[in-house]
Design a protein. Structure first.
Length: 269
């Protein structure tokens, strides 16, 4: 899901549709054209898409023999993933190298709180669900507040229901599915001291990810480009020993290389 631009500098998204159904040659041509035009490509993909999509992406990367394609599948619900992709699009307008920009995805994931209000948790397998919650799921009218990231939480919504949120100022985005509830806007957003509330369309993968179409998905995020840029540039950068690209963290997002293990030295004397 490509969210609308956050500001006038946000780089447009390119949506690769039907990767597991279209001819391989068509996908190869599309990705090669992106590399030729932009130099490097960061593919952000939900783990709720069909397995054939991931296989096709790895096939394309292998056939193109390119270390300029980064495949990124963070453990985020679809709406949180869409927000992260937009943040990377915002940062793409800055003077960040491709490796640092792609690595920034892992860093910014830590600042996203993502969850949903669900009408049933009977098919929820992304968050631990106890037998008691499963039983209550069959009671007509029951609704549950769930956090999937950064730490799993689950409560049955009622007068005393609370969920732990971010300890820093952030905006909240929500996307409504087939569920009627104002709990996020009237209760959760004020409890989390949200700086503002916006709405978006529900991502296509949300019902699959959460196990039900009766949901309202939400997440909190940092919208300001200046804050995102400061976060990324304040982290120590390194150079991949294999492909030579600048990176943040201990794994290159383009060639997947990790730092070599230091050789052990035998004490002398």
């Amino acid at each position: 899901m490509a969210l609308p631009a956050q500001d006038e500098r946000t780089v447009p998204a390119v949506v690769l549709k039907d990767l597991d159904r279209q001819p391989l040659e068509q996908t190869l041509d599309a990705v090669k054209a992106l590399i030729d035009h932009h130099g490097h490509v960061v593919v952000v993909c939900s783990d709720a898409v069909p397995s054939g999509v991931e296989r096709r992406l790895h096939t394309v990367r292998s056939l193109l023999e390119s270390d300029r394609i980064a495949l990124f599948r963070p453990d985020l619900p679809p709406l949180g993933l869409a927000v992260l992709a937009r943040q990377l699009r915002q940062l793409a307008s800055c003077d960040l190298s491709p490796g640092v920009l792609a690595s920034a995805g892992r860093l910014l994931t830590h600042y996203i709180h993502a969850g949903a209000v669900l009408g049933s948790v009977a098919r929820l397998d992304r968050v631990p669900v106890g037998l008691k919650a499963h039983a209550k799921s069959w009671v007509p009218g029951s609704q549950f507040g769930v956090i999937a990231h950064p730490e799993p939480q689950l409560v049955r919504i009622g007068p005393e229901a609370t969920l732990t949120g971010p300890d820093f100022g952030s905006w909240m985005l929500l996307a409504k599915g087939q569920l009627q509830s104002d709990w996020v806007g009237s209760t959760l957003a004020p409890a989390w001291n949200a700086l503002g509330l916006r709405e978006a369309d529900l991502p296509a993968e949300s019902a699959t990810w959460w196990g039900t179409g009766k949901l309202i998905e939400f997440c909190t995020y940092l919208p300001e480009l200046s804050v995102l840029y400061q976060l990324v540039t304040s982290v120590r950068q390194g150079v991949c020993h294999w492909c030579g690209i600048d990176v943040i963290g201990d794994r290159c997002v383009f060639c997947s290389a990790t730092p070599p293990v230091p050789e052990s030295r035998t004490p002398t004397g």
